[in-house]
Every structure is written in C-alpha cells, then in structure tokens.
Design a protein around this ligand. Structure first.
Ligand SMILES: Cc1cc2nc3c(=O)[nH]c(=O)nc-3n(C[C@H](O)[C@H](O)[C@H](O)COP(=O)(O)OP(=O)(O)OC[C@H]3O[C@@H](n4cnc5c(N)ncnc54)[C@H](O)[C@@H]3O)c2cc1C
Length: 299
C-alpha cells in the first residue's frame, strides 16, 4: 500500500465507528444472522447462490471459539429452514486454530457433521501465512473423513503451486483467490501481474486435475482469463463457479450470472464488522478515500 493510502486508512481508523458503519454497511449483510438470511434470499431470487460468513476473527479464548462454533451451527440450521441455496465459510482462527489446533479440529468436525446432516458444505477460508501450513494440514485430516469440506488457496503465495500439487492427489474442492493479507516478499509475489499470472497458472493446474474450483475474483483480467480457459477446455458447469464479495462489482456479478455461469456471493455478517471493514479498506483504499473526502467535504 502506498504512503498516501496507508495514511488514509489510518485517518479512517480515527473516525467514530458510527461514521465508518455508514460506508461499511454496503459490504456487510448486517449484525445478525437474520440479516444474512435476508440477503441470501434476495440473491437466490436472482439465481445467485451464497456463502455465509460469521465475522469472528481475533478470537482469543476457547469460550469465544465455542460461541463462534455455536453460531456456525445456527447458520447451517437457518439455511436449511429457509431452504436457501447457500453454504458456510469459516475462518480457522474463529474456531480456535490459533489457540489449540486439536480444539479447532474438534470444532470443525462438529460443524461438518451438522452440515452433512443438512446435506450442506463448508469452506475453510485461508488466513495469513502463520496459519497456511496448519490450515492445510488439518484440512487434509478433515477431508479424509468428510466429503463436504473445501479449502481456499491464495495465488500471491509462492508456495501455492506446490500446495496444489499435494492437494490434487486427493479429491480437493478449491476456492482460488489472490489473497488479502499483507505478506513479506520472501513468501509472496508483490507484483500485481505476477499474482495474476500465478492465479491463471494455478487455476489451470486445478482444472486440468479435474477438481472443482470456486474462481474468486473481481478482477476483469482474471475473469476473462478464466472464461477463456473454461471455453478452451469446454469445461462442464459442474466443475466450477465464480465467487465474489457482497457489495463489490455488482454489474460484473450480474453479467456472469446472465451469461449462465454459476456465481456465489460471500455474505459476511456479525457484530465484529469493524475489523473486516478496515481490512476491505486496506485492500481497496478507494473506499478509505471516499470516506475521507466525504468527512472532510472535499467532493
Ligand atoms: C468469495 C471470495 C472469498 C475470498 N476468500 C478469501 C480468503 O479465504 N482468504 C484471502 O486471503 N482472501 C480471500 N478473498 C479476497 C481475495 O484474496 C482478494 O483480496 C480480493 O478478492 C481482491 O482481489 P481481486 O482478485 O478481486 O482483484 P483486485 O484487483 O483487488 O480487484 C479488482 C477490482 O475489484 C474491486 N474490489 C476488489 N476488492 C474489493 C473490495 N474489497 N472492496 C471494494 N472493491 C473491491 C475494485 O474495483 C478493484 O479494482 C476472497 C475473495 C472472494 C471474492
């Protein structure tokens, strides 16, 4: 991030949360599960599927992780009761990965069992690099016991190609994204085009293996690149879906949907919306610029 952008984000962090909320709400369904259910219903009515995410990073205690797990169970129940075409995405640290790996594993098993009962699916999100290896390690354990679990890989990480090589040996269901965290150059590509090139390279590696992939991006270049791969390989529609974040590039979302490709929207909700919103601004400082201008009446 440039100095100006990081200054903008720092400025936004100084603002009252009520002001940030006015801008953040575009990207978050609301604070309660019911808000996410309403959004998922509206998406389903347009033929778009959803994945629900309970905003629960920075979990520090076993009790907090237990509460997050309970909320995940409530999400699965609500999806079932409302007959939604939606699944669940989980950040591993929200279920305790940073506290105790075995505890995380136990929580995930409970959630996956419940999801199985409802004939539903759970995607394990990928967080920052201290958790990459353990997330993959525990995902593989879970995948050997459950067929309703998938993982996320990040094309900015140099290790991803070799992770796919390993994961391709099992029947892995992937989401491929660029990666949202700030990582050191030793382990991550920093150049925008290198991240894109690696994305398309890894996407082909996954598709050529016959694995299912969620193509998670709003980048026109990558959407076009993915569409070309899909067309050239005459890829069946049951082998891929596009994925985007709630509130981002809705015109592109609708076009992909109109063109007959499956598209899933990531719908975050919860009381911990602030950290998520600040991370979105770090990712896209245009949002921070917009807030700063409005607050300072520069428009
Ligand atoms: C469904 C889904 C799930 C994801 N899960 C993970 C995960 O588990 N782990 C992880 O590290 N990352 C995850 N990400 C984030 C991802 O890694 C990228 O950081 C993010 O998608 C931006 O990259 P991009 O490919 O859209 O390209 P960019 O070049 O960053 O974006 C293209 C354009 O889209 C718009 N845009 C992109 N992002 C935003 C935003 N946040 N707010 C407003 N506008 C935006 C901007 O106009 C931008 O110019 C996920 C993304 C999606 C879509």
């Amino acid at each position: 991030m440039s100095l100006l952008n990081s200054a903008l984000v720092s400025f936004v962090k100084l603002l009252p949360t009520s002001v940030v909320h006015i801008f953040a709400k575009k990207y978050i369904a609301g604070e309660d599960l019911q808000d996410a259910i309403i959004v998922a219903k509206q998406l389903n009515e347009k033929g778009i599927v959803a994945t629900l995410d309970v905003l629960g990073e920075s979990i520090k205690t076993v009790e907090e992780a237990a509460e997050e797990k309970e909320e995940c169970l409530r999400v699965l129940k609500a999806i079932d009761e409302n007959k939604l075409d939606a699944n669940l995405s989980i950040k591993p640290t929200s279920l305790g990965l940073s506290i105790d790996k075995e505890y995380f594993y136990k929580n995930m098993k409970e959630v996956l069992l419940k999801a199985k009962e409802y004939n539903n699916f759970v995607r394990v999100d990928m967080e920052d690099s201290p958790y990459t290896a353990s997330t993959i390690e525990y995902f593989l354990k879970l995948q050997s016991e459950f067929d309703n679990v998938g993982i996320v890989l990040q094309s900015y990480l140099r290790r991803t190609e070799s992770d796919v090589e390993g994961l391709n040996k099992t029947n892995t269901n992937y989401r491929l994204c660029k990666g949202i965290y700030v990582e050191p150059e030793e382990i991550a590509f920093k150049d925008k085009q290198l991240v894109r090139d690696n994305y398309l390279k890894v996407l082909k590696q996954i598709i050529n293996n016959g694995s299912y992939v969620g193509i998670a991006t709003h980048d026109d270049y990558l959407v076009d690149g993915a569409l070309e791969i899909i067309k050239n390989l005459d890829l069946y529609k049951d082998k891929y879906e596009f994925q985007m974040l709630y509130g981002v590039k809705e015109k592109l979302r609708d076009k992909i949907n109109r063109d007959g490709h499956k598209i899933r929207i990531y719908v975050p909700y919860g009381k911990k919306w602030y950290a998520y919103s600040i991370r979105r601004m770090q990712e896209n400082p245009e949002i921070a610029m917009h807030i700063a201008k409005s607050v300072l009446k520069l428009d």
